[in-house]
Structure formats: C-alpha cells, structure tokens
Design a protein around this ligand. Structure first.
Ligand code: NAD
Ligand code: UDP
Length: 337
C-alpha cells in the first residue's frame, strides 16, 4: 500500500518506514526536520536499499501538504508528526496546540480533497490521564491528560472521531503507544533527543557512555514493589510492526478502531536499570531524587484487543530493547550527525 508517513524521519516514524518497506509497502515521507535530521533518510536507505521519496514540508502549511497529496495520491497516511516534549508543552502550550492540531487538520483536509481514506494516528497512553486501575483497556475513560502535550492527543482523537462520523468511508486507527524504547539492531536508527533527555531510556544510555554522571531516579516512595514508577516499555521495532498490522486492518474498512500498543507488562525504574546492566554489562550509578511533578505511579497496557484483532503482539523484552538502545548510543554518541 502506498503510505504517506508524516514525521517519518523521527524516532518511531523512521523505524516504521523500514518495516513498511520490508513488508513490501511504498513509503513516502514528509517531515519539517524540527526534531529530526535529513541523515536519517540515508540510514533508512542503508538498511533497506530503498530511498523513500522525501518532502521537507511543514504540515501547518495547508498548500504544501495539499500539493504533496495531489502529487503522491497515497492510499493511507500514518501520522507521526507532532511535538512531544511534555515539559516544553507546559511552558509553551500555544506552540503545542498550534503545531499538533493545525498539522492534523490540514492533513485531514488534504486527505479529503484527494480521497485518501485511511489514517493511523500516533496517540499515547497519556490520554488516559491518571489511571484509576492498571492494566489500561481501550474502553477506559479518556480526557484528563496532565499536560498540554497530552491534551493535544485527546483533542486530536476527538477531531478524528468527529471527522470519521461525518465521512464514514474514512478508516481511522487511534494507536495509544505506551513507552517506546530501543533502536534498530544495526545501530543506525534510535532515539536522538535534543539536550538533556527527559525520558528514562535515553538518560540511562547517556549515563552508560559517560555523558552523564548518574541517573536521577524520580522517587522511590510510590506504592509499587520497589517504590519506583512502573511503565510499559515497548521495543520500537515491535511498535513499528504494530503499524504494519494496523494498515492491514484498515484495508478491511473497519471505520474507527482504537488499540493500545504496549507489552502488557510493567517494569519499574530500578528493574530497568538492572535490565540495562544485564543487557550491556555496564553499571548505571543512580541517586534517588524527589518525585517528578505530574508522574503517575503505575501505567501499563492490556493489549489483548490488538492481539485479537491485529494478530500483533510485542516480541521483544526490555533486555533486548536496552541492548539495542545502548548499541545506537555507542555508535552515535552525539546523536545522528
Ligand atoms: P519524533 O520527534 O522523533 O518524531 C516526530 C517527527 O515529526 C519529527 O521528525 C519532527 O521533525 C516532525 N514534525 C513535527 N512537527 C511537524 C510539522 N508541523 N510538520 C512536519 N513534520 C513535523 O517523535 P517520536 O518519538 O517518533 O513520536 C512520533 C509520534 O508518536 C508523535 O506524535 C508522538 O507524540 C507520538 N508518541 C511518542 C511517544 C514516545 O515516547 N516517543 C509516546 C507516545 C506517542
Ligand atoms: N524516570 C526517572 N529518571 C529519569 C527519567 C524518568 O526516574 O531521568 C522515571 C519516571 O519518573 C517514570 C519512568 O522513569 O517513572 C518513565 O519516565 P519517562 O519520562 O521515560 O516516561 P513517562 O513518564 O512519560 O511515561
């Protein structure tokens, strides 16, 4: 299936482009490079021997995305493009609402114009807000995200649902990712954050290569077995495969579908440290700090629906993901250059 991948040079988008090509799909990428590098395109080519067509455009520019849609006429869109830093979204909410909402509305406008009626959207576990129970299931309440970034995901889910109601031929998959980590086993693709990493895995890998002194563990007084926060870490390769499986589902014209993509297993911060040490043999010094405002104690997915309806399940565990994240970090100590 010819698929337009927005944000296709980013962390999850680039791995998904590789999986799409390997599964025999044609991928076309749009990205404004606001959080990615053009060199990722070379790396995708290095892995697959295919260089996808790439358009450096900003989705906030309606004419630009309309032109690409007219030229390419894709059958499906996977919409990864968006800003994703929680802390930055608290400081600059308008920037987040503007970028994430406008880009999605422009994309939908252009899709409608050229009758592209399949869209997969990168949503997030953050739409569930503070979980009342775990594991989270797709029918759990949505709508109390704890920050503007999360609110953009809630709002975009609503926009997509409303548009789907008014345009019943449109197939929409809302994929709620849990915590994607890891990288391509080649070491060519991985997570490449700007500045001090906010997320756990890239922080650990930077400690491992000596770029940071120690891991700051945000709190050990949660009501969890070792007191540290629990999350559902999913290898980005598994996540990428989940998108390929979702495209197959959309080809059956299901209308609106919603899936959690995680592993179904929670891992604490200290368990992650131990998994990393097991995978790499590198010791990770850590210091316990006060809890990070806005963090929840425990968050993991029930993924039965994706298993049943997509025939998809995560194959890798956190030790595999730690090994691949470290491999990427070692080969790219200063990120992708
Ligand atoms: P990323 O920042 O690596 O990739 C996003 C890409 O979108 C970047 O390459 C960026 O340059 C591009 N982009 C942003 N705004 C754009 C615009 N207006 N026009 C064109 N391109 C634009 O992020 P990622 O980790 O690969 O995440 C992909 C998607 O998955 C995002 O929507 C994110 O919110 C969502 N998500 C990510 C996580 C995570 O932990 N990484 C978890 C849940 C959901
Ligand atoms: N965490 C930590 N130190 C860090 C980064 C994260 O202890 O430097 C913890 C955080 O408190 C949470 C878990 O690791 O319990 C995952 O955090 P991340 O920011 O990666 O994901 P999110 O909180 O968005 O699920």
């Amino acid at each position: 299936m010819k698929t337009l991948v927005t944000g296709g040079l980013g962390f999850i988008g680039s791995e998904t482009v590789v999986k799409l090509i390997e599964a025999g799909h044609e991928a076309v990428i749009v990205d404004n490079l606001s959080n990615s590098k053009l060199a990722v395109l070379d790396r995708i080519e290095g892995i697959t021997n295919v260089r996808p067509r790439f358009y450096k455009i900003d989705l906030c520019n309606l004419d630009a995305i309309t032109d690409v849609m007219e030229k390419e006429r894709p059958e499906a869109v996977i919409h990864f493009a968006g800003l994703k830093a929680v802390g930055e979204s608290v400081e600059k909410p308008l920037m987040y609402y503007h970028n994430n909402l406008l880009s999605t509305m422009n994309l939908l406008d252009a899709m409608r114009k050229f009758d592209c009626h399949n869209i997969v959207f990168s949503s997030s576990a953050t739409v569930y807000g503070v979980p009342e129970h775990v594991p989270l299931v797709e029918t759990d309440p949505v709508g109390h995200a704890t920050n503007p970034y999360g609110e953009t995901k809630v709002m975009i889910e609503h926009i997509l649902m409303d548009v789907q109601k008014s345009w019943p031929e449109l197939n929409v998959a809302l994929l709620r990712y849990f915590n994607p980590i890891g990288g391509h086993p080649s070491g060519l693709l991985g997570e490449d954050p700007n500045g001090i990493p906010n997320n756990l895995m890239p922080y650990i890998t930077q400690v491992a290569i000596g770029k940071r002194d120690h891991l700051r563990v945000w709190g050990n007084t949660y009501p969890t077995p070792d007191g540290t926060g629990i999350r559902d870490y999913i290898h980005v390769l598994d996540l990428a495969e989940g998108h390929v499986a979702t495209l197959k589902k959309l080809a059956q014209n299901p209308g609106l579908v919603i899936y959690n993509l995680g592993t179904g297993k929670g891992t604490s911060v200290l368990e992650m440290v131990h998994a990393f040490e097991k995978a790499t043999g590198v010791k990770i010094p850590y210091i316990i700090y006060p809890v990070r405002p806005g963090d929840v104690a425990e968050n993991y997915a029930n993924c039965d629906k994706a298993a049943k309806e997509l025939g998809w399940k995560a194959k890798f565990d956190v030790v595999d993901a730690c090994r691949d994240a470290y491999n990427f970090q070692k080969k790219n100590p200063n990120g992708i250059e």
